[in-house]
Design a protein around this ligand. Sequence first.
Ligand code: GDP
Ligand code: MG
Length: 163
Amino acid sequence: MGAIVAIVGRPNVGKSTFFNRLIQRREAIVDAVSGVTRDRHYGKTDWNGREFSVIDTGGYVVGSDDIFEKEIDKQVELAIDEADAIIFMVDVESGVTGMDEDVAKLLRRVDKPVFLAINKVDNGQREADAVEFYSLGLGEYYTLSSINGGGTGELLDALVKVL
Ligand code: GDP
Ligand code: MG
């Protein structure tokens, strides 16, 4: 059983886009467990010769905002239990949201490496906009464009160092 990295964050920030980029040409395994953990996708990847498994979390229950929030918290807690390192993804297009702040609150208490990944940083202006995420209290961050691959190398270099 190798190292496990979980990608968490609210819907639409680009978790699955990044996950698919990581596991390109490799097989994603859809978790057989249904219910709360449905839509957790597992994949294998490697960086600089270091192999690890990646979990793409999702499968949020739509219905009420309350359940929605709880489901995200559950995914984060599962990730905290299961993973050796966590990528917390946020979206520079929307900026800091209340849901991001809730997830950050859970992650600030975690005793595992947490990588704040600001996605959709497709250009230089967005690089400047990313500074607002310091307010999450998680320290340094990595900027990414999951669509074009920008920033991926820096994040993965740092990630494999802690695995
Ligand atoms: P998830 O719900 O967090 O898994 O998010 P998805 O991966 O499904 O992406 C949500 C939307 O954001 C999709 O329309 C993606 O094409 C878009 N998206 C993902 N990454 C990027 C990015 O780096 N830049 C931009 N501009 N859009 C992105
Ligand atoms: Mg997704």
